[in-house]
Design a protein around this ligand. Structure first.
Ligand code: GAR
Length: 208
């Protein structure tokens, strides 16, 4: 009797808006063999952004779904969903748009985001500026599942970063970004290994 072992590889769909360094950290983790997953598609909401080039260079299917070409968010998201068909986990990597409750529900428990602050502090589009203005001594980054609020979903991993007296948005964001590039692939790896269990607001990390 012959056995055939079929190993299923988790498929990621990565959504980006610009530079794509978080995307790059995921591409690199897969290349190094640290993350057993496959990026099926990279989608951006803007044309000619570096994230598209990074995907192209890595031989990954990449598509721009230009928000400007759609009358409303519903039409835009219909096109996103079409291009995400077959994807197991949607990864928001610097995707600077709020997704509708309809989209979020569709991928409940399978939609992750990274945010450059220690949530629940400083949600929104200006996390570094808000952290500096508030005068916190420690900031950092958070990987979380996306829920229907803004940066409010169950937290998977966080990394802390010291804020220096002479920090600017640029210097602080550069140090936080280094941590983002470590914890995002780690969080995805935990998902791939089936080790994340959402219990209410909490994410339990299961032992192997
Ligand atoms: C990252 O700092 C990420 O945390 C942030 O955008 C940057 C994207 O950088 N995301 C958000 O602020 C989402 N609210 P990248 O394009 O180089 O990956």
């Amino acid at each position: 009797m012959k056995f055939r072992v079929v190993i299923y590889v988790i498929k990621l769909g990565v959504l980006c808006s610009g530079r794509g360094t978080d995307l790059q950290s995921i591409i690199d983790a897969i290349k190094r063999g640290d993350l057993n997953a496959e990026i099926s598609v990279v989608i951006t909401d803007k044309p000619n952004v570096p994230a598209l080039e990074r995907a192209e260079k890595a031989g990954i299917k990449n598509i721009c779904v230009d928000r400007k070409n759609f009358a409303d968010r519903a039409d835009f998201e219909t096109e996103l969903l079409k291009n995400l068909e077959g994807v197991d986990l949607v990864v928001l990597a610097g995707f600077m748009r709020i997704l509708s409750p309809n989209f979020v529900r569709r991928y409940e428990g399978r939609l992750m985001n990274i945010h450059p602050s220690l949530l629940p502090s400083f949600p929104g589009a200006h996390a570094h500026r808000d952290a500096l203005n508030f005068g916190v001594k420690i900031s950092g980054c958070t990987v979380h599942f996306v829920d229907e609020g803004t940066d409010s979903g169950p937290i998977i991993l966080q990394a802390a970063v010291e804020v220096h007296e002479d920090d600017t948005e640029e210097t602080l964001s550069a140090r936080i970004l280094e941590q983002e590039h470590i914890i995002y692939p780690q969080a995805i790896k935990l998902f791939v290994e089936g080790r994340l269990k959402i219990v209410g607001r909490q994410v339990k990390i299961l032992e192997v």
